[in-house]
Design a protein around this ligand. Sequence first.
Ligand SMILES: [Zn+2]
Length: 417
Amino acid sequence: MLKLTHLARPTPTLARVLAVAALASAFAAAATLVLTPEAPSRRVAIRVDCVDPAACAHAQATALDVWSEELGPGLPLDVVVRATDLEDLTTAGVAFTVLDPDIDAAARAEAERLRQPKAAGQDWFAEYRDYEAISTHLVELAEGAPDRASLKGIGASLDGRTLWALRIHAEGASESDQSTPMLITGTQHAREWIAAMVSTCVADRLVREYQDNEAIRRFVDTTELWVVPVVNPDGYQYSWGQDRYWRKNRRGGHGVDLNRNFSVAWGGTGSSPLKRSQVYRGDRPFSENESVALRSLAKDEGIELHIDFHAFGQLVLYPWNHSDQPTKDQARYAALGDRVASAIYGAHGTPYRLMRGVELYSAAGTLSDWMYGEAGAVSFTIELRPRGGNGFVLPPDQIRPTCDEGLAAVLALRAPR
Ligand SMILES: [Zn+2]
């Protein structure tokens, strides 16, 4: 701004004139760079073989976006690059496979499909649903089974959307009854639509199949369950209307990664102080309405078991996420995780890989580490389908089978030890 003000003034000497001309020219060039739209270039999702760390770092430096939530030896690195960068990557010796040759085309095709009228009587879980539709569905579930389900607003987003929690419990039970408090959260990350659908679908099945399914009845009768299908409603709606690949909430237009905003190891590696970063942690722990609401719910209800649904990669993960040190509960986590992953496999034969914290690089300030480290709960992060491809734009016929896997995980975690 100072320079611009200076340019507007008269310039008395030749040297001054030349200096100003040079500045003006520099400004014109800068302005041109800013104002001219970038040459259109396809955005391509690629999977990088990270056997060579240097190649992996090169790909990360080139990336417009990193899709991989978990970074670790043996795990592939999924990134988005411009099509024009592919040749450079090849020249640099980076080995990769193309996951999606045009991620924006995939998003446009999905949006077009969502605009089509729905067939009458269609299964509600045959298609993805936005925040409004999910909210309405939760209201209907609570109204349909008032003895077993109720809906509670646990907070509001910056844009004023209610953070809904569906409480599911034994018939007629009050909150003070002796049953294990459990929490299911979905969609901290806006673009992970399958997490919203699976969380809602698990709640739906626990409420509706209570009479007919013995395993579900046993679960509901002994569990005080809270389900928050859309933790990040502003980001979720933004991913429906503006940017399909939006991840964070909408704080200041840049957004905060809610799953880096919790206080256990807040600020550590795997999170960023830069607002433009996809893993921007916020300016302090619990700076965001959404993380505050989950903290209150977990503390008020004394949550003992927790599953946080994400996508994608087909992984079952347990703390620590921020440290390579095993927790004191390592053996218990390994056994429980094995049970959960086996139950998931039992649903459709889909392998979900169980990952120990020591196998991963850090992600500091996560909900799961806070649930375990501060709230004292047994907490798992589950990365749902798919394993590869454009994992955010998952075909809608995958919702039901992925829900089967989510439900299997929830029932297995609760099973008596
Ligand atoms: Zn996620």
